[in-house]
Design a protein around this ligand. Structure first.
Ligand SMILES: Cc1cc2nc3c(=O)[nH]c(=O)nc-3n(C[C@H](O)[C@H](O)[C@H](O)COP(=O)(O)O)c2cc1C
Length: 467
């Protein structure tokens, strides 16, 4: 454990500004800012934290706070927040909900970014940028609430590329590396910087780019194993990562390599680590959008009964805007084991027709969102201060592996088989959800017992304080 020194902590974390939440709340609430809570000191992220795990990918709209919390509960090692464009966050007003502890960065009409202190030790904030200075300003704006920063260098959508961001950076390596260098220089050493890229059409060019990125001092590199022109329905070229992993190892830098593309869950992550012969971790987007419990070796089935109601309850408790909750809930789909497709259809119709949380009361009541939150907080706390996920993707998975057919030139259907894609991914360009209405049923944190971590009341380090 390497606790931050007081000076480093001060440097790393601006004094938070406390703005009253836009919702009303009881004047009799205890002053949580003054509450003394023992702290669970979680050391800053290192490259080891980016290894041997399955990560939740950045997903605009789908990677909302309730989804990230459930992903952590079910075994995601780290979670990436949705890409936030640098300029969008700069003038946001930070507020802390005095009841739930939810931290919101509010724009004029909507929340730009929402988080909670319990996810902070695991949260990578992804920046969309084409300007080193703006990227640094954006990072400084939110650094007190996140554990690391990632630069989006892979989004191929015009809204991103037309201003030089996302995948446009792949063809402007000078700018890409200037942003990473600026972030690395401006951020304290205990806050890691990473990048998420796509493959370039030629492997040689990819390796050249990778070398430049590694030399900026990144702690981790995620490679989405598709090129910029590949569509999501195209099979990811995971095999190409093998050489990239070896290349980075050869550079002698301790940089974690994270595979992204086509992984559908825990068991499948083993397949991917075998094919890549040692990508340190695997990152999941689409399959997690469909089932945020896919990080577990035993993901939940019958989501209409087992997952969606608690998800809605938690989302309501956290005051997640209904439109976003409805969107996420409508993306969820899993196997049907105990339930029939007919039941599921009825359930989904209920969500589709709902205009607000009250409309789904028959599906989600009783409103025990505080209990869902407490269970998640407890699961996160049980990881201890080493961030150990409940299920580790060990190195034996790789060393004992048979080489994949692409490498050996042999047929090996078990390794080659690509699990059926859960569903086609959605476009990433989605506006942020507006600020939510007041959630009158929230309960006071002090009433939640010992497992709920305290908020970030003053100049704190990277701690998540367990009450
Ligand atoms: C709904 C959705 C939103 C996404 N938003 C982002 C984003 O904000 N930043 C990013 O780097 N990639 C984003 N992506 C791409 C994913 O992170 C990931 O690279 C891609 O989906 C491939 O992984 P998969 O095969 O597991 O889906 C998004 C993907 C989806 C499906």
């Amino acid at each position: 454990m390497i606790p931050l020194t007081k000076t480093a902590s001060r440097r790393a974390h601006k004094t938070p500004v406390f703005i009253m939440s836009r919702r009303s709340h009881s004047p009799s609430l205890p002053d949580i800012r003054l509450a003394k809570r023992p702290r669970l000191d979680i050391p800053p992220l290192t490259s080891a934290d980016y290894k041997d795990g399955i990560m939740l990918a950045p997903m605009v709209r789908s990677g909302a706070l309730p989804t990230r919390l459930f992903a952590l509960k079910h075994g995601a090692k780290l979670v990436w927040g949705p890409e936030t464009v640098d300029k969008a966050i700069l003038h946001a007003e930070r507020s802390v909900d005095p009841v739930t502890g939810v931290v919101s960065y509010n724009g004029k009409t909507k929340a730009i970014f929402t988080t909670h202190p319990i996810e902070k030790p695991f949260l990578i904030y992804q920046i969309g940028s084409a300007d080193p200075e703006l990227a640094v300003q954006a990072a400084k704006t939110v650094m007190q609430d996140v554990a690391g920063f990632d630069l989006n260098c892979g989004c191929p959508k015009p809204f991103s590329t037309h201003s030089g961001m996302g995948a446009a950076l792949l063809s402007n390596p000078d700018l890409l590396c200037a942003i990473l260098t600026a972030l690395r220089t401006a951020m304290p050493p205990e806050i890691p910087i990473s990048a998420k890229i796509r493959l370039l059409p030629s492997q040689e060019d990819t390796l050249k780019l990778v070398e430049r990125i590694v030399n900026t001092g990144v702690t981790a590199l995620t490679v989405h194993c598709r090129t910029r022109s590949m569509r999501m329905k195209d099979k990811a070229v995971i095999e190409r990562l093998r050489e990239i992993v070896e290349f980075i190892e050869g550079l002698g830098r301790d940089v974690a390599v994270i595979e992204n593309g086509d992984c559908v869950g825990f068991e499948d992550a083993r397949r991917i680590r075998r094919i890549t012969a040692g990508a340190h971790s695997v990152m999941i987007a689409t399959a997690a959008e469909a089932n945020p419990t896919c990080f577990s070796p035993t993901p939940l089935a019958d989501l209409e009964q087992t997952f969606i109601p608690p998800y809605i309850r938690l989302a309501r408790y956290l005051d997640n805007h209904w439109s976003n909750t409805k969107f996420c809930a409508s993306q969820f789909q899993g196997a049907h084991v105990a339930s029939t497709k007919h039941d599921a259809r009825e359930f989904r119709l209920g969500i589709v027709r709902a205009k607000e949380y009250a409309d789904v009361a028959p599906l989600a009541e009783p409103w025990t969102g505080a209990d869902e939150f407490t269970a998640i907080a407890s699961a996160i706390a049980s990881r201890g201060n080493v961030r150990a996920p409940p299920h580790v993707l060990t190195l034996e998975d790789v060393s004992s592996a048979v080489l994949p057919p692409e490498v050996e030139g042999q047929e090996n259907e078990a390794l080659e088989a690509r699990p059926e894609q859960v569903k086609p991914p959605l476009e990433a360009a989605v506006p942020r959800a507006p600020l939510g209405a007041m959630n009158e049923l929230q309960v006071s944190v002090s009433a939640l017992g010992n497992v709920v971590p305290a908020f970030v009341p003053a100049e704190t380090g990277l701690e998540t304080a367990a009450a």
